[in-house]
Design a protein around this ligand. Sequence first.
Ligand code: CA
Length: 719
Amino acid sequence: MHQAKQKLLVAGFSALLALCVSACAPDTIGGSPKNAAAVDQNRLNAADKDHANWMSYGRTYSEQRFSPLKEISAANVGQLELAWYHELDTNRGQEATPLVIDGVLYTSTAWSKIVALNAMTGEELWAYDPKVPGAKAVHACCDVVNRGVAAWNGKIISATLDGRLIAIDAKTGKLVWSTNTLIDDTSPYTITGAPRVANGKVFIGNGGAELGVRGYVSAFDAETGKLAWRFFTVPGDPAKGPDNAASDEIFNKLARSTWFGEYWKYKTGGTVWDSIVYDPELNQLYIGVGNGSPWNHQIRSAGKGDNLFLGSIVALNPDTGAYIWHYQANPGETWDFGNNQQIMLATLPIKGKKQKVLMQAPKNGFYYVINRETGQLLSAEPYVAVNWAERIDLETGRPIEKPGARFLDGPFMASPSALGAHAWHPMSFNPGTGLVYIPTQEVPLVYSQPKEFDYIPGRWNTGVNFMAPPPGPGQPEDAAERMRLLRSKAKGHLLAWDPIKQKEVWRVQYDRPWNGGTLSTAGNLVFAGDQKGFFNAFSAETGQQLWRFQARSGIIAGPISYQVNGEQYIAVMSGHGGSVGMATPPRGRATIPPNGLILAFKIKGGAKLPDYQPVYAPPANPPSESFTKEQVALGEAKYQRFCAICHRGSIIPDLRRSGVLTNKEAWQGIVIGGNLTDRGMVSFKDNLSSVDAEAIRAYIADQAVKLKQQEEKSGVQSK
Ligand code: CA
């Protein structure tokens, strides 16, 4: 600690030395932190009392995201200013929650990169690029994001989009070990979630259920990367026999009999792409299990059966992976309602006694409180307007679904929908107010049965038609226009929720959905970013806005708080993207989003972002050639099947504005020839003929003409 101590003495802050135990500036030698990420089980177990640090994804094992720091409060938050910022190398989505350990901030960024910064100054200590192949982006349902890293015994452990788990030396930024977590490199698995670590084991799952994969969670030795155990969340092909995994026994006893038809052909889904929470009080591991693959229960399981463990929370033994209990929120899941959302642990007085509970606000719109010793559902109430179920029956734990919700006899406009009443964006709990602060949204989606289901390995395979007109009159004829209209109805809010009374206490209305995760502090503040790029502080009691800062790009990530040299900081990453971010076209004049930032704030921080001039998107670029109606119709069908899932917002290029739209050869070279594979646009030659590719150009050309007319009419013309 010598250098840091000298600096402090010179600066005349010797009184702070008494405080300066783990809260000091990073003791750096040649730019590398000494004793970096010195995190062990004792330290993680006592994280709640370690006010200065944020050592794991949700700060403590409870994942309450409550910082006991209170130097920044309602009284002085008006003086909160930028302390430093670090510009990232991409405008893709930034979803990570950084860690801060003994004055060093570690975080993952888009494309699974990792960076270590001096948490006091923002100075870069090291950066690590796992070099994820660009072509992997086409397997990422929801952008090339990463939600965070774990720290253990001098190592920063992170997972990559292409399925590796890697350990980096926290001092040097050099690779220590790397493990392929995938059971099958040819399937469209991705990892975007943060690993969790406990008792020398690292836990990680994966995503890919939109495209077709079989879900599982694995535990690896944190020192070596060696596999310790694996638990599959859904059964595989019965002809292949047992998996030789921790899940075999419960599949025989319980899960396999809940599946029908030839489910294994579609890989069944049930990915564990976000929430994995260790409970040190009960030595249990809770995993949030996602939706089915395909989404449509009719196709996946012949419309029969609960399909365990889709849409469930499962408690496992963290040492062996053995099943302990489960709660299934959506039996026979058919809307992409998974239970991957944040699992938060607490002890709350419920029904007259103190109970160890876990809480979750999953996509389906109900707030669940579950006894985590037994898995018994204690309460579940809607935290947004819900139209797919009447209520949750507390006796059976099952939802009472509304007629028509399964879209068997016609389209159903579900709200909430696949995009979730609450997605991965972290919520937080303030034990002082007793409230949970949830970034919520109401984003409707029209579900209907497809005319036919063409399962194509490695591509989107939901088995749901989203393009049918919703029930009711006055719908535009053009399907893309209907989709835009539907999106314009989407809402977002910050909700303060009483988990004991299961009641809303206050809400702040945002302009749009897909806003930032939340942080609660003992200063009685709630910090949350929003879609428009504001980073906001609200009163935890009333929701009154007390401060805000414009961060250029939209904020979706969860903020953190930490302390260095006795000063409290608030940090957050900006960078709009993720599923809804990719799907949300800009309003008003179209811009190219700026690169993301890591931002840190303190009282009278004194730093400023340089002036930023928005970069406008190029104008609509319809070619002068004409196409036949048949070409446009074929192009629309192919576009909706293969292209729309990525090319639908502002981050991935809007093809109506593409310079390539007027050049048939260049278009073919990209769509069929794979000329932009490194940037994530792979060749679709296995799925599309050159006639199809030209038809897609015809459809986009038709859309570009409409866009040009619109822009000329509204006067909001891109130059
Ligand atoms: Ca999903």
